[in-house]
Write a protein of this length. Structure first.
Length: 357
């Protein structure tokens, strides 16, 4: 077991985020109590979480530059890594709105929280429209802050500039990937290839591959190292999101903080669903297809889970996750990287693909 205090790292990322939002709160204080409410919601949106993106960024850097030097350089790197958590928070705020999700990590989603504030205050207009507008603005603000925190992390700008180029590509990919997802849901159909394309660009690349690249770019990695990190990070990111898709259907609500079968209720056309529709009996496939995106009782969710299980899709996705994770770790073992960083990245790969939340 490679020695790494992951809890202390998560605490450090949270401290960096809290300090940055404190700075922003001071800047926006002249705008009054409404700005303070927006700041409070921002704090909620970045609280907790697994911090996988920050961790992969950190160890992408350490894989190339094992010695960080003085503590100030370490703190600056942690702030750079924390910028990815602001990007992630932005994506979640917008994603929850687009999916009409009610909860996030066991709490009301941003648009629902602000909608409730409007309703409780008895303000004019439509509470749902207010919540939606506020969530769009908060997501935009978090996206802007992500860029700002990376630029102002404290590392020399000559080191930050190459990472910003990767960060630009990352943001474009995740936003375009989200539009692919919205379009797939609107069409009401997606084969396995289309679902995999959505998975790759909406989540897989920005969850693991691009964080590794940003960390490595901060360390001045050559193109060959960036490719080696892609060979590890992209299949691992795909396995990571496939695990998320399984949890969206089969996860325990007490653990995930989401309702049972939430992805089915939201109508997500995931790889899991595409495989089930391909393999289930005509009657079962028709029931699954027409049930997606509709309110479902606990019993109805259980019935759809049974259809997905019986089709073999559940077992098939588990097998794909295992194959992708194996491919990723094999690539990691071949790469010319620091051995300590390699050991931590192997641990992170296991945590990302074997999680229950």
């Amino acid at each position: 077991m490679t020695d790494w205090d992951s809890a202390a790292f998560r605490d450090g990322v949270q401290s960096a985020l809290d300090a940055f939002i404190d700075e922003q709160a001071a800047v926006l204080a002249p705008l009054g109590p409404d700005a303070a409410r927006l700041i409070a919601e921002a704090r909620t949106s970045v609280a907790g979480g697994k911090r996988f993106r920050a961790a992969f960024c950190y160890w992408g850097h350490r894989a190339v530059r094992p010695d960080l030097g003085d503590p100030g350089q370490h703190d600056a790197l942690v702030r750079a890594c924390a910028s990815l958590e602001l990007l992630h928070a932005s994506a979640l705020v917008h994603d929850d709105l687009m999916d009409a999700s009610d909860t996030r990590r066991g709490r009301p989603a941003t648009h629902r929280s602000l909608e409730a504030e409007h309703r409780d205050a008895g303000w004019r207009g439509n509470p749902e429209q207010y919540g939606a507008a506020a969530a769009i603005l908060l997501g935009d603000l978090l996206l802007s802050w992500a860029d700002e925190l990376l630029r102002r992390c404290g590392l020399p700008f000559a080191e930050v500039a190459p990472a910003l180029e990767v960060f630009d590509r990352c943001r474009s990919e995740v936003i375009a990937g989200q539009f692919l997802d919205v379009s797939v849901q609107a069409r009401g159909r997606a084969d396995v290839d289309a679902a995999m394309t959505v998975l790759r660009y909406k989540s897989a690349k920005y969850s693991i591959e691009r964080p590794l690249h940003i960390g490595a770019a901060l360390a001045g990695a050559p193109a060959s190292t960036m490719q080696a990190l892609s060979d590890f990070g992209l299949p691992l990111g795909e396995a990571f999101q496939l695990r998320d898709d399984l949890l969206g259907v089969f996860g325990d609500p007490d653990t995930t903080g989401k309702p049972a079968g939430d992805d089915l209720i939201e109508g997500k056309r995931t790889v899991l669903v595409a495989l089930a529709l391909d393999s289930a009996s005509p009657g079962d496939a028709a029931l699954l297809d027409r049930s997606l995106g509709r309110p479902l009782s606990v019993d109805q969710v259980a019935e759809l889970r049974q259809i997905i299980d019986a089709s073999g899709a559940h077992a098939q996705v588990e097998a794909v996750i295992e194959a992708l994770a194996t491919r990723a770790v094999d690539a990691l073992d071949r790469a010319s990287l620091d051995d300590h960083a390699r050991g931590v990245l192997r641990q992170l790969a296991s945590a990302a693909t074997q999680r229950v939340v």
